[in-house]
Design a protein around this ligand. Structure first.
Ligand code: TYD
Ligand code: MG
Length: 466
């Protein structure tokens, strides 16, 4: 008889090994490989008897859809990110660092839905019922009829939620605490998390309830243990933010039922998370308009324009290899912008340390920020503050040209709304609106921008001499 095959699974990346090793070949992590029982729920071990499948009934695409397909929470920032509310019969994963506010957000969402008459079950494996009640009191949600349970066993959870009427929303906080009788490894391991998540997702699909899974993120930025869970669920949201700042950003990473480039902005206070309807005001709040090295970027987050401050510090370096440090932006893109400044604009930065920071702990992923970054760098090098009422956006190509980007009109409209009368933007931008009282300065090469800033500095020096 063949011996049941034992396999070893890396708890960090999920790579399967045939024998134990100290280091995982897949991700290079040490001490992450754990013996795994292949009969434990997932996959079929070779020892399992083969059973014949039974046919399922096939249906057509058209047909009645019971209930409204989405459940709106009424928390606008959350509904925007999910694409208009939780989808019935779908599973959603909310990831984030421990302590960032995932439980707070979901408790607020649960309370909002319960107030609207939906039935919501909140299962916590992290806190006792008394602790959850305490938080609910703080959030002013204690009077709602959200049903609570402190439980970690998947089978018990399923038996509980399957009683009585089907719930509209089930929140599992968190998947790392789930464990199933079906799998033999310890809670928090890949097998357990995967088995638990799979059981909850199956429950969602079968009953049409929306399921929200909470997952902690490791220091590497992955949802701990299973990247596999990200593939299994319908949507993945990341809750992020800086501990030093009081606002939090909810970002869509994956969404089978909606857009993936939306963000929701919240502010953490002693009464929980509040919605921030106008994030630009928040990000520009602490701006020092006279400081050199700062420029305002008119960015887009999904359908929404957001203005953020880009800060640069360029200083002569005492080191042989100057430092380049970036917070909130891509460091490879910074290297590219620096190279273009050197090669096409005669700006020498090889002997300088360069620090770049996006204000308020915000993170930019758009290439349209290139122009704002370049202007902040040149401004810092020249020691000259940029005009306080000017925004910058445009993509820089390796040839030194400034390329048009999408949503010009929306970016400019947001800028005008917040009192920015001027803009530097790519020449050839489509849908350039006529400004009522602003002035748009279009540039087609990065060198034009540098000449503009250098010219302003020369003018200033001349004025001081006179
Ligand atoms: P929590 O939702 O427990 O985080 P997570 O579930 O992501 O681990 O949030 C914990 C943090 O939020 C904690 O540092 C305290 C803070 N907080 C407030 O500032 N105000 C509040 O009203 C609440 C409930 C929490
Ligand atoms: Mg929590």
């Amino acid at each position: 008889m063949a011996r049941p095959k034992v396999q070893f699974v890396c708890q960090n990346c999920g790579t399967v090994h045939t024998r134990w090793a100290g280091k995982c070949d897949g991700c290079g992590e040490w001490n992450t490989i754990v013996e795994d029982d292949p009969a434990g729920g997932i996959g079929s071990g070779p020892g399992k008897p083969r059973t014949k499948g039974k046919p399922v009934a096939l249906t057509s695409l058209s047909g009645d859809i019971e209930d409204a397909p989405r459940i709106e929470t009424g928390i606008a920032e959350l509904d925007r990110v999910t694409g208009g509310g939780f989808v019935r019969g779908s599973a959603l994963l909310v990831g984030g660092d421990p302590g960032i506010g995932k439980s707070t957000l979901l408790m607020q969402a649960a309370a909002a839905l319960a107030r609207k008459g939906h039935s919501v079950i909140y299962v916590s494996g992290e806190e006792a019922v008394a602790q959850i009640r305490l938080r609910a009191q703080r959030l002013g949600a204690a009077d709602t009829d959200v049903m609570l349970a402190a439980e970690t066993n998947v089978e018990d959870i399923l038996a509980t939620v399957a009683q009585g009427n089907r719930p509209d929303l089930v929140i599992i906080d968190s998947i790392q605490t789930l464990w199933s009788d079906m799998a033999e490894s310890a809670p928090g391991t890949v097998t357990q998390v995967r088995t638990g998540a799979q059981a909850m997702i199956r429950f969602a699909k079968q009953t049409g309830a929306a399921v929200v899974l909470v997952g902690h993120v490791t220091k590497e930025g992955q949802i701990a243990g299973p990247r596999v869970v990200e593939h299994m669920v319908d949507a993945v949201l990341y809750f992020e933010g800086d501990r030093g700042h009081h606002y939090r950003i909810l970002r869509t990473v994956k969404n089978r039922f909606g857009p993936t480039d939306e963000i929701g902005v919240f502010e953490m206070s002693d009464k929980g998370l509040g919605e921030v309807a106008n994030p630009s005001e928040l990000f520009l709040g602490e701006r020092n308009e006279k400081a050199p090295g700062a420029s305002v970027f008119a960015g887009m987050e999904g359908t929404r324009p957001v203005l953020v401050e880009v800060q640069a510090l360029v200083a002569p370096s005492p080191l042989g290899t100057p430092r380049r440090a970036v917070v909130g932006w891509d460091s490879a893109r910074l290297s590219m912008v620096l190279a273009v400044l050197e090669a096409h604009c005669g700006v020498r930065l090889a002997q300088h340390d360069v620090y770049l920071n996006i204000a308020g702990g915000y993170r930019i992923s758009e290439p349209a920020a290139d122009l704002a970054v370049a202007s902040a760098l040149v401004s810092s090098l020249a020691g000259l503050a940029l005009p306080a009422d000017c925004v910058y956006f445009g993509e820089i190509s390796l040839s030194g040209a400034v390329r048009p980007v999408a949503h010009t009109a929306q970016r400019l409209k947001e800028a005008e709304k917040l009192g920015f009368g001027r803009a530097v933007l790519p020449k050839g931008s489509a849908d350039l609106p006529k400004s009522a009282n602003g002035s748009w300065n279009t540039v087609d090469a990065l060198a034009d921008l540098v000449v503009g800033i250098a010219g302003a500095k020369a003018q200033l020096a001349q004025d001081e001499d006179e």
